[in-house]
Write a protein that binds this ligand. Structure first.
Ligand SMILES: [Zn+2]
Length: 309
């Protein structure tokens, strides 16, 4: 082919490819895993996800240690991120919040309002146990005027926090936000003594549901919120009994239970997240247990994984 004709052909192909890309509709929802591990320092960041709404990173779900670095690696623009959903206030889920909030603060010179949702306070049930602060108090301790990082309120851009506590008595789905076709709902979860919340994000006919860390006392709530969800994210820390330490079954969900729940709610996809080394090291057994009940697409979380429900 003559050089000129070849150049024209290449130009035509390039413009066709660009048109095709421009016409590809943006997915209504996307999920980026920032942290797929925790609490042990195993090379995975602690539990954390970003939800993209119409291609825009809008929602942070948990803020586990290490997620700050993963956020930068994922090259996600932060300047529209305005919702933070905390499943519970354990350090492997909330420990990186100050670093991420500062990254958000320096992402824009404009005033920022962060809406933060999380569990309400819980007094210790036994004398030697610790109290859990409410999410409002937690944010106050970090970013309030007397807080550890109070300077962040006007460090880069004026920063306002709107914090909502979700009570453990929230047994029916509660709508937290419903604007421009984006709906966020929550229901109380159960993570032994730590107050916990299960979240669901709906947009454009798709949905993501996050179990958080959950023990069997929270399964009815998870089933209620996750009905027909497009993508169910289940934290996966233990093996089926008796292969994990007994105490962990009072905190977490076993693979057979995960399979039952995913099947019962007719989940479009299942993502196994917050992977412990025990689960990671016995993937065949975990998968076989889940497959007894659930036949849909199943993915193992990795830091940086991008999923479209
Ligand atoms: Zn955890």
């Amino acid at each position: 082919m003559k050089p000129l004709r070849r150049a024209l052909l290449l130009l035509l192909l390039a413009s066709l490819a660009m048109t095709a890309r421009a016409q590809t509709p943006q997915p209504a929802l996307e999920l980026v895993v920032l942290g797929s591990g925790g609490p042990g320092a195993t090379g995975r960041a602690g539990s954390s996800h970003v939800v993209l709404v119409d291609g825009v990173p809008r929602i942070l779900v948990d803020a586990g240690p290490g997620s700050f670095a993963r956020l930068g690696e994922a090259k996600l623009a932060l300047n529209k991120l305005d919702l933070i959903l905390l499943t519970h206030l354990h350090a492997d889920h909330a420990g990186e919040l100050p670093g991420l909030v500062k990254a958000r603060a320096v992402s824009s010179g404009r005033p920022i309002t962060l809406k933060i949702f999380g569990p309400a306070a819980q007094r210790a049930r036994q004398r030697d146990d610790a109290d859990f602060p409410s999410t409002r108090r937690f944010v106050e301790l970090l970013f309030g005027r007397q807080g550890a990082f109070g300077y962040l309120r006007d460090f880069s851009a004026p920063l306002t926090f709107q914090v909502t506590d979700i009570a453990a008595s929230t047994k029916q789905p509660r709508v937290l936000l419903n604007e421009d076709g984006l709906r966020v709902t929550a229901i109380a979860g159960h993570h032994r003594d730590a107050p916990a919340v299960i979240y669901r994000v709906d947009h454009g006919g798709k949905s993501l549901t996050f179990s958080g860390d959950i023990d069997p006392a929270g399964h009815a709530a998870l089933r209620r919120l996750a009905a027909d969800t497009s993508l169910l994210v289940v934290n996966s820390v233990v093996l089926d009994p008796p292969d994990s330490p007994p105490v962990l079954y009072t905190l977490h969900t076993a693979p057979t239970q995960t399979g039952e729940i995913a099947a019962d709610v007719r989940a479009g996809q299942l993502l196994l997240a917050h992977l412990s080394p025990a689960v990671d090291g016995r993937r065949d057994a975990v998968q076989a247990a889940i497959r007894q009940h659930y036949a849909g697409p199943m993915t193992w979380a990795e830091d940086g994984l991008h999923l479209v429900p």
